[in-house]
Design a binder for this molecule. Sequence first.
Ligand code: NBX
Length: 823
Amino acid sequence: MTTIKHKIDDAKDLHDEPFGDVVLRHLIYSVGKDKTHAEARDWNVAVSLAVRDRMVEGWIDTTRHVYARQQKRVYYLSMEFMIGRMLEDNLTNLGLLSEAKEFIASQGLDVETVLHAEQDAALGNGGLGRLAACFMDSMATTGVAGMGYGIRYQHGIFRQTLEDGWQMEEPEDWLFEGNSWEFRRPEVVYEIGFGGHVTHDADGKATWTPAESVQAVAFDMPIAGWEGDHVNTLRLWSARQSGMMNLDTFNDGDFMAAARQQVLAETISKVLYPGDHTPQGRELRLKQEVFFTSASLQDMLRRFFTNYDNLDNLGDHVAVQLNDTHPAIAVPELIRILMDLHGYTFERALEITRETLHYTNHTLLPEALEKWPKDLFEHILPRHLQIINMIDGHFYQEAMAKGLDHHIIAGIQVIHPHQQDWVRMGNLAFIGSRKVNGVSALHTELMKQTVFHDLHTMYPDKIINQTNGVTPRRWLLECNPGLAGLITEQIGDGWIDDLEQLQKIAPLATDAAFQKAYRAVKSANKQRLADMVQERTGITLNTDAIFDTQIKRIHEYKRQHMNIMEAIALYNAIKADPEGTKRGAAWQPRVKIFAGKAAPSYFFAKLIIKLINDVAAVVNNDPDIGDKLKVVFLPNYNVSMAEVLIPGSDLSEQISTAGFEASGTGNMKFALNGALTIGTLDGANVEMLDHVGEDNIFIFGLKADEVAERQHRRARPSEVIKNSPMLQQIMSQLSDGTFSDGETERYRDFLTNVGDHDYFQVIPDFQAYWDMQRQLDGLYQNAEAWFEKAILNTARMGWFSSDRTIRSYADQIWRAPHKMSGT
Ligand code: NBX
């Protein structure tokens, strides 16, 4: 039986009780069912509660230790946490997985069905939210006293369905069946104010009287690190009406009026805003940001005051990380608390804030840099706006002292002094933080050169890089048990929390027996993926084909449309030469797999989804093509689906326009699981190239500076198209209805976008992309050469563990203690 290192006295008994008995006890007394009537979901809950019991011990113990040692605390503020399912993760980290599986099987149940009878917690849009989840795992594993703060959305990211190939959105309802992992903390409640007015007394002390307020109620989830001894907390806030419903109104029969306040208040944590890189959804979104940021700051300061009696040295004991600008309101909110509630001067309050807050930027796309109309801001946050004006005044003096020109200063103040239109959250976050980081080396460089150029000149030491990483627990150990087992057989299990140990398998890359075993694992994972595709789409896949996968949010800069255009070109080429006699080689079969959601208001992204489905309908039903090419779009991409797609893929598509993908993290997950990467020199691909070596990654296309140069001079794609029969054929098929049942209008916007402007440089990169794909076709036919590279990818990806990333944040940003690797 597994033990947990730190036991707490009051819970001793639990260890003596076999795990299966605890599950059965929960099935009866917590779920209220007996064995004969229990369904998969009931068993899932019972097992979850049994694991949760064990986690609670480490949790209470960790909390005690952190208090006792007065360990520096790290708070990760994020609008999004894309944590997925938690049961397998927690069983794994607590070392209970095999015991639980055996027990489930012993009850005559299907293990997978029970473990998977849990809805994904999909409280995020994409990479930013998933990164936050990996960081939670790694903070616990590396012993950082970390706490995540976010919103307990009642509805996470929408459920994507397809209607005639078009994306439809349906509300998601993850809490309907309950959440076994959370603890409601009704005693942890804060008031969050909006609107109202500000008065100043004779000494200048401000008092803000909000016009309305809502309550934030805490829900906690324990987050266990590897081996379960360090357990941190993810605290999510749920909105609730302040004060009780007006019973008089209700008794008078005006039920609607009585319910109105409640509905308005609860709306704040109702839905995750589904915009990815598209600035919309005004007032509610701003309120959501204020809501969770203010509650989190109030909560961390309350905790701080249990150990200290003033806030002078806050930054020595507390580090706050702002996950993008969504919590940037923390800057004026912390200053407000320090000034208005604790009597600090503005200057001192700003200093303390700048010792405590840090900001991570995740995108350079100008339309994704958050800004709020000043009027809206003033309406909702009158006191914060005053403070922002003070920050701007102070900043102006600082900038003048450093010799900056006042036009330049105007461009980087939070509010442009002459235009007075927008509150620019990136500038606010930058000015109010001690450190600002990018998420890959290239991205950080571009931050310095572009969006934050002038701020960087002023504070040359503020921007630093922290290349993203992924947790090896979820993204190798759990999602790929076959490969994990094979690695452990060879080098032991030290790699699980010290991923650089994977280097030790590099010498086996050419070892025949190891290659054979590695290939067998890949084949089994491909079969599992093929089964999922069969079940969800009815399409039968040939597992000898290259499984070529692109899974991520749908966006022009990510260029799923370049990928599907390549599929069209391949289709045309096979049609023209079905047996490959003219080209002198048979076609390498290929399966193109796509999955991802488009922002509901992003028409072009939805059109790309439609095109993928239209091409699939033609290609998959063409008898001349057969197994040589299949195109698959899997609806409703989420974390659980990624856990099947990543281990089962041969090829990973990381083909963004160079300079646009801040980092990527899917790229890391694929390579770790032995898929080869076809990609551009963008984001973390650049660093992956350094680690795996140029023979083991397939880089093509324009570089970031070449892209910028072409965009700057508005280079048109027409010349390139004129010289490419392949592109001409694709473009004319898109306008003659080949893929749209003869409808010639459907892809008109597409043709204008790509054929006339091509801001994202699909056309100039196309030939290089095609050539690289054909090179990969050839390579795949030499299995030994292919798998040598695949194994070397796995062996050399150790640096991309999020444990490394977190230790680096802890050392270079948070100045917070952590365990060294492998200890
Ligand atoms: O953050 C992503 C980047 O695009 C990836 O390159 C990077 O790997 C990842 C983690 O650093 N950004 C991202 O996911 N952004 C959002 O999801 C987002 C959500 C809401 C919003 C703006 C951006 N208003």
